[in-house]
Design a protein around this ligand. Structure first.
Ligand code: FES
Ligand SMILES: [Fe+2]
Length: 331
C-alpha cells in the first residue's frame, strides 16, 4: 500500500455509538469505537497484555476495555488502568499499542496510514458530491485493491464485460484515451466507437475537444467517480483489506430529485443498477492473476490501457517517495 496517505476504510454508519467494531484494513487488525463526543477512535486490535482482541471489549466512558483482564485503553493506545493492580496505581508508559489517526466526513471514515509528522490535515474528496444524495452498496472482492481500481480505469473492457448494460452498442474501438494527471488526481476521457474495419483508433494527442467527452476521475490512493451527468455520479472507494482482499463501496449519487420518498426510491434504483454493473466487473476481475498489480508485470498492454499505465506509474512513484524504509518490501 502507498504509505503516508489517507484511506477511506469504513462508512460512518457502520460504526455505532455503543459498540466497538473489528475490521481488517491495510493488513492491520483494527478496533474502532466512538468516544463520548462521538469521535472515531482506532487502535490495533491486539491487547499488549496477552494478545486478546480488544474489539470484543466494552466501551466505558469513551475508552475501550479489554474483555480478558479489563485493561482500559484510551484513543491514543495507552493503557490507562490495570484493574488487577488497583484503580489508582499508575500505569507504566510501556503499556501501549499503536493508535491510528482518523477523519470522518461525507459519511466515510478515513485512516491515516503513515508517519504522524507527515499527516495531511484532511483527505481529498470530490467535494461537489456534498450536495447530492446517495445510496451505498458494499461488496467484497478477493483481489488486491490495485486490481479493483484498475478495473474502474479500464475503458477497453466495456463492450465485453458490460455488453448488456453500459457497454451496449459494440463500440470496441478505443480512441485515446486522453489521460490528464494533476498531482494525485487522474481524469480520463473515454471515446469508444464502432469498428467499421477501416477506422484506425485515434492516438490521445489526435483527439480534439476531448474535454467534451465522457470522463471519469480517480484520486490516490482509493477513490473514484464517474460523471454520468451533471446531476448523477457513480462513486467508488476501494478499501484495502490485505494483499488479496478489497472492500468496494459504490455510491450512486444524484441531485435530480430531492423529494424525500421519491429520492430514496430513485437512489435505490440507481443502487440496483450499480450492483448489476459491479457484479459484471467482479466476475472477471477476481480471476486476474496475479491478484496485485505492479510496475513490472508480465502483461502486454495496449494504447487503450493508458489510464492503467498512468495509474501504475504514479502509484509506484508514490510508493517509492513515501516508503518508511528503503529496505522494506514495497507493496
Ligand atoms: S489480554 Fe487484554 S487485559 Fe489481558
Ligand atoms: Fe466495468
Amino acid at each position: 500500500m502507498i504509505y503516508n496517505q489517507w484511506y477511506v476504510i469504513l462508512e460512518s454508519k457502520e460504526l455505532g455509538k455503543s459498540k466497538s467494531v473489528k475490521v481488517k484494513r491495510l493488513n492491520e487488525n483494527l478496533a474502532l469505537w466512538r468516544d463520548e463526543n462521538g469521535e472515531v477512535c482506532c487502535i490495533s486490535d491486539k491487547c499488549c497484555h496477552r494478545g486478546a482482541s480488544l474489539s470484543c471489549g466494552k466501551i466505558i466512558n469513551g475508552k475501550l476495555e479489554c474483555p480478558f483482564h479489563g485493561f482500559i485503553y484510551d484513543k491514543a493506545g495507552n493503557v490507562r488502568m490495570i484493574p488487577a493492580n488497583g484503580k489508582n496505581k499508575p500505569v507504566p508508559q510501556t503499556m501501549k499499542i499503536q493508535a491510528f489517526k482518523t477523519f470522518e466526513a461525507y459519511g466515510f471514515i478515513w485512516l491515516w496510514w503513515g508517519d504522524d509528522d507527515k499527516t495531511e490535515k484532511e483527505p481529498f474528496f470530490f467535494k461537489e458530491l456534498e450536495h447530492f444524495s446517495y445510496a451505498t452498496l458494499k461488496d467484497h472482492w478477493a483481489v488486491h485493491y490495485s486490481r479493483a481500481i484498475e478495473n474502474q480505469l479500464d475503458v477497453v473492457h466495456l463492450p465485453f464485460v458490460h455488453k448488456s448494460t453500459i457497454g451496449r452498442g459494440n463500440r470496441t474501438l478505443v480512441n485515446g484515451p486522453v489521460v490528464i494527471r494533476e498531482k494525485e488526481l487522474i481524469t480520463f476521457y473515454v471515446n469508444n466507437v464502432k469498428d467499421d474495419g477501416k477506422t484506425v483508433p485515434l492516438k490521445p494527442d489526435e483527439i480534439a475537444d476531448y474535454e467534451k467527452l465522457f470522463h471519469l476521475q480517480f484520486h490516490y490512493p482509493n477513490i473514484w467517480q464517474n460523471f454520468i451527468s451533471e446531476k448523477i455520479r457513480a462513486f467508488a472507494a476501494f478499501v484495502p483489506v490485505d494483499d488479496e482482499n478489497t472492500i468496494v463501496y459504490i455510491r450512486y449519487y444524484q441531485k435530480l430529485i430531492a423529494i424525500p420518498i421519491l429520492k430514496e426510491l430513485f437512489n435505490y434504483i440507481g443502487k440496483i443498477s450499480s450492483i448489476i454493473i459491479l457484479r459484471q466487473d467482479k466476475r472477471v476481475v477476481i480471476t486476474q492473476l496475479p491478484k496485485k498489480s505492479g510496475p513490472k508485470m508480465d502483461e502486454r498492454l495496449i494504447m487503450g490501457d493508458k489510464p492503467i499505465i498512468e495509474y501504475r506509474k504514479h502509484r509506484q512513484e508514490l510508493i517509492e517517495s513515501n516508503s518508511r524504509n528503503p529496505n522494506e518490501n514495497l507493496s
